[in-house]
Structures are given as C-alpha cells and as structure tokens.
Design a protein around this ligand. Structure first.
Ligand code: F6R
Length: 579
C-alpha cells in the first residue's frame, strides 16, 4: 500500500520522481505528491491520478526530492492528506509507507507541545517529531525519533538547504538504486529499472544517509554493508508495449512467464526440503490463496501428500497445529497477513519456503528458502501472470514429489496457454456485461479456478460474482438463479464429468444461462449449454491453467465492455501491506 520514491543526484529530480511514482501507482492511486529541495522545501500534492495533474509539479526545482503515491488508510484521499507531510516550519518533508499505530498518542502529545497539524494522517507526526529533534543534522533527528514509532514504516525525509535524504525501514519495503553520482530509493525495483540495475534491499531497522556521491547504511547505530544485487528485470518488462492495458499485456505474457518459471527449476536445497516434507501447509491471500487451494486438490490426488491451506489473515489469530513444511505464496512478497503467518510458522520451528515474484522482498528474508517466479513486473492490479507463475512453481513441487511424472505436461503447457489467448469470447462477454450477478462453478481443482474467475470478474468489472464448488449451488445459492444470472461452469473429462453435467442441467432447469468451458470437441456438453468455450484437451494440470486464462480474458473483456479502469480498479492496491 502506498509507494514512495526518492532521488538525489545531479539531474532535475521532479521528472524522475513523477516517472517513478507512475511505476508505483499500482500500490495506491488515490492521491500523490512530491517535495524537492529547491530554494526551500517545495511541495506539490494532489488528490487523484498522477496523469491528471502532474503538470502542476513542473515548477518544483532541485536535484534532491521525494515522492509518494497513496492508498488511504488514515484520512480520506484529498490534497491535504496526500504526502509529503511537512513540519510546522515547512523546513522538513516526509513520505511514508506503512502505519504508525501509536500516532494518536504522539499527535496528542505534539499538539500539547504546540505543534499544528494540517492533515488527518498518521504520517504527519513523523515530520513534527523530526522537527523537535532537528538542529541541522537530519540523520541524528531521524535516529532520535524512530524508537518512538510503533507500527511499520518505510520513510524518506528531506530538509531545506541540504542535498541529503535520510531513509529508514521497518516492516515496509525499501530499495536503494545505485547509479553514477546519483542514488534512488523506492518501495520496489520498478521505478529503478530505467536508471540502474544495481540495487540494495534495506533490512528492517536499517537507516540510510544518502547524498549524491555516497550512501551509508546504519543498523543499531553501527555502519553496515549491504550487498549490491543485480535486478533480474529490464525496463521493457514494465512498459505497456502497445497493449490497451497492462492487464491484457500480462495475460498475453503468460506462455512465457509460465515457461520461464518452469525452466528456472527448483534448486537443491529447496528440493530436499520438499522431499523431506510429510505434510505441507500453505498460507496466502486473495488470488495467491486460490493457487494454494488448486495445489491442495492436485497434490493430494496426484502425490498422496497431505496439504492444508490457510488464509493469511486468519492464520495469525487462529493458528492451527503445524507439522511439516510451511509455504508462503505471495507475488509481491509484501502482503502483511502472509508475512505474519510465515513468521508464526518460523516461531514454531517449521521449515519455511517462500514462493514470490519479487526479488529481495520481505518473504524472501523471512523464509528459509525461496522459489523465485519468473513472471517479470506485474503492473495491472489484478494478478494474472503472477497467478499462473505461482501455479508453475507449485506444479513443479507436485512433479518433484511424483518423480517427474508431469515433465512432459509442464514443459509443453505454455503452448496450450498460448492457444487459449485467441479464444473468441464475444457472446459470453455480452451475457456477463448485462448481468448483475455471475456465478462461477467447478469441481476439484476447478473449484479454486472458479473462485479465481469470480474474483477477477468482481475486482475489475464490479459485477457481483461468486465462485462455488458446483455441488454447493443447490444448497442455497439456487435461490438467486434467474434467466439474467449467468453461470460459468468448468466441465472437463474425468471422474466428475457426469455429476458436473447433471449440475449444469439443474441450473438450466432454473433457467440460468450457462457458459461452459469444456474440452474442444465435447459436442455433448456443447449441446445443452448456452455458450460453449473450448479449451485444449490436455493433461488436467494444463487444463487448470488454460481454464484460468480464459476466465481472466472473460473478466478483462467484460470490464472493458463496461468501460472500467481495468489496471487500477477502484479501492484496490496491488501490494497489501496492512493487516
Ligand atoms: C487479486 C489480487 C489479490 C492478491 C492478494 C495477495 O487480483 O491480486 O487478491 O492476490 O492481495 O497478494 P500477494 O500475492 O502479493 O500476497
């Protein structure tokens, strides 16, 4: 939630900060702001999207600056609550990602001591606290106030008359980019791709003192060396490349991202960990939770491996008895609930593995081992290629436990994924776009596929959608079936084909229009549903992927038909760093 960016060097800071914030907009996009060290600390901030009012920032001067794009937590999105926040004197400016949990106590104390607050945010206390400790040394002032803060933060602070940024991190991500006589700071690597491939992932508790020519990192008051790592993404990966939306581009990238994740394989330590596990617990949220549920169905049936899956937000407060390997699945690697669950598993001495798309992210530091997906940057808020790349990583675990039985299916899956990208969906899109409610149903691994189809539909089209195990619909939701309520059913050959076909007929008997995904050539199924969408007749593992991709496209085209803001749906952010 929220993205922060900083620049210090010889160039004009404003265009670099604006460009960086645009790259981070997926983290929050209700308001944005910048501050630079010009003749004084110059601030520009605005509610709404960057592209709507970035021109207003063009007057900010200076080659040192900080910026912020917001997903509101404390105080509604408006110009005043937008970051940066300044102290009473206007000499200090701060941007912050995270939550200061004790901010109301701090605010009361600061007000009693005469400070005037302008915003409703938690962040503003940081600027006023720094003000109280600032006597010309920004680093000393930041160091003095950090022990007063409870909660999570990635902070960048500047003051007038000084070419210096002080950065601090605790439980919110912060990356430094090292250039030639210039240094960048950002919530993740995407704003840095244009400028440098050399990055430093700060650790919790680190404070960095940054000038154009040098950076010094402190931990517990002592200077520490943090390794410079090379980014494994390139700037082209983060561009829209002629597609109407990032989401469409990312859907189309799935043959490659799936293939690359399979090709990267699993290293020996992780293999050993997986082979030694006699039980696996997976923790995740949202779309990532759906991949873990699909894994459960597939791993339990193919490798007879007991698997339990837990939603991260529940796990922390209702931790089940734990045995065996615990895997945290998170494309961003920064989801607060998933991280909390992972830490609980560590505290219970379970071996832990992270599956993530984000090099250097928090889950990679907390977990014992990591499988890094090769999806590249995913900018669209709705997860698409990261979802199938997670499945690639999880299916490799299944393949490993089954002695390579699925080598062939997995190494050719990208071809089938490519085939369904061209699937004609007009009729289905027209039906869904007119609907107020849409149900998605499937059995076995197609139940989580349906949940994911429904999540995609609701988050980007704003149509109410529910994913159900197909047999469950008649236990209540049938009451909602009408001729205007489409049901999207996944029905492919296998042990549940017959019962699934009966379920579809029951829905048809209630006059609900049925859109069915079945294997190409299934004329029987095509004969009794309203709209038939063929997917290639492949191995079950591959059908899980192709059906998912078709449902992504259905959601995407429906949202476009309704003229929704596909890449930045309302109220959402891609990286959910609050509980
Ligand atoms: C939906 C979506 C979210 C995320 C969830 C977890 O399209 O992207 O539901 O899956 O917020 O995020 P990660 O995977 O980053 O932990």
């Amino acid at each position: 939630m929220c993205g922060i960016v900083g620049y210090i060097g010889r160039r004009d800071a404003t265009p670099i900060l604006i460009q960086g914030l645009k790259r981070l907009e997926y983290r929050g996009y209700d308001s944005f702001g910048l501050a630079t060290v010009g003749s004084a600390v110059e601030v520009y901030k605005k509610a709404g999207r960057i592209s709507d009012s970035e021109a207003g920032a063009s007057g900010l001067a200076g080659s040192t600056g900080i910026g912020h794009t917001r997903w509101a937590t404390h105080g509604e999105p408006n110009d005043v609550n937008a970051h940066p926040h300044i102290d009473c004197t206007g000499r200090i400016a701060v941007v912050h990602n995270g939550i200061i949990e004790n901010y109301s106590d701090l605010k009361r104390q600061l007000t009693e001591r005469g400070h005037t607050f302008l915003s409703e945010t938690d962040t503003e206390v940081i600027a006023h606290l720094i003000e109280e400790h600032y006597d010309g040394d920004l680093l000393a002032a930041v160091n003095a106030i950090l022990p007063l803060l409870e909660g999570s933060y990635a902070i960048l602070a500047i003051t007038e008359n000084t070419q210096r940024i002080v950065a601090a991190r605790d439980a919110s991500p912060l990356v430094l980019g090292v250039g030639d006589a210039e240094v960048f700071a950002a919530s993740d690597m995407t704003p840095l791709l244009e400028y440098t491939e050399r990055v430093i992932f700060l650790e919790d508790g680190d404070v960095a003192d940054i000038t154009p020519d040098r950076y010094t990192i402190y931990h517990d008051g002592r200077v520490v060396e943090r390794p410079i790592e090379l980014i494994n993404w390139c700037v082209e990966d983060a561009r829209k490349g002629g597609f109407a939306h990032y989401m469409l581009k990312e859907i189309y990238e799935q043959p490659q991202s799936f293939y690359e994740t399979i090709r990267a394989g699993i290293d020996d330590h992780v293999r050993q960990m997986i082979m030694e596990a006699d039980e696996i617990t997976l923790v995740a949220c949202g779309t990532s939770y759906h991949t873990t549920l699909a894994f459960k169905y597939l791993a339990e049936s193919f490798c007879n491996l007991p698997v339990r899956v837990e939603v991260g937000s529940e796990f922390k407060y209702f931790t089940p008895p734990l045995r065996g390997l615990v895997i945290a699945v998170s494309q961003s690697g920064e989801t607060a609930d998933t991280i909390a669950a992972l830490k609980m598993a560590k505290a219970r001495n379970c071996p832990t593995l992270a599956i993530t798309n984000m090099q250097g992210s928090t889950v990679t530091r907390v977990a014992d081992e990591t499988i890094l997906m090769r999806a590249g940057p995913e900018i669209g808020v709705a997860a698409t290629k990261s979802y199938t790349a997670q499945l690639a990583a999880l299916m490799q675990i299944i393949n490993l436990r089954c002695d390579g039985a699925f080598d062939d299916a997995l190494s050719h899956a990208h071809i089938a994924i490519g085939d369904v990208l061209l699937q004609e969906l007009h009729e289905a899109v027209d039906l869904c776009a007119k609907a107020e409610h849409v149900f998605f149903v499937g059995r076995g691994p197609f139940y989580p596929v349906s949940m994911e189809g429904a999540l995609k539909m609701k988050e980007i089209s704003y149509i109410h959608a529910e994913g159900y195990a197909a047999g469950e619909l008649k236990h209540g939701p049938f009451a909602l079936l009408t001729p205007e309520t489409p049901v999207v059913a996944v029905c492919t050959p296998g042990p549940t084909y017959g019962v699934m076909a009966s379920n579809i007929k029951e829905m048809k008997a209630r006059k609900a229009p049925v859109i069915a995904l079945g294997v190409a050539g299934d004329t029987e199924l095509a004969g009794f549903v309203d709209i038939f969408i063929p997917i290639p007749n492949t191995h079950l593992l591959v059908q899980v992927l192709t059906a998912s991709v078709v449902l992504q496209l259905l959601a995407y085209h429906t949202a476009c038909a309704l003229q929704r803001d596909v890449d930045k749906p309302r109220n959402l952010a891609k990286s959910v760093t609050v509980e």
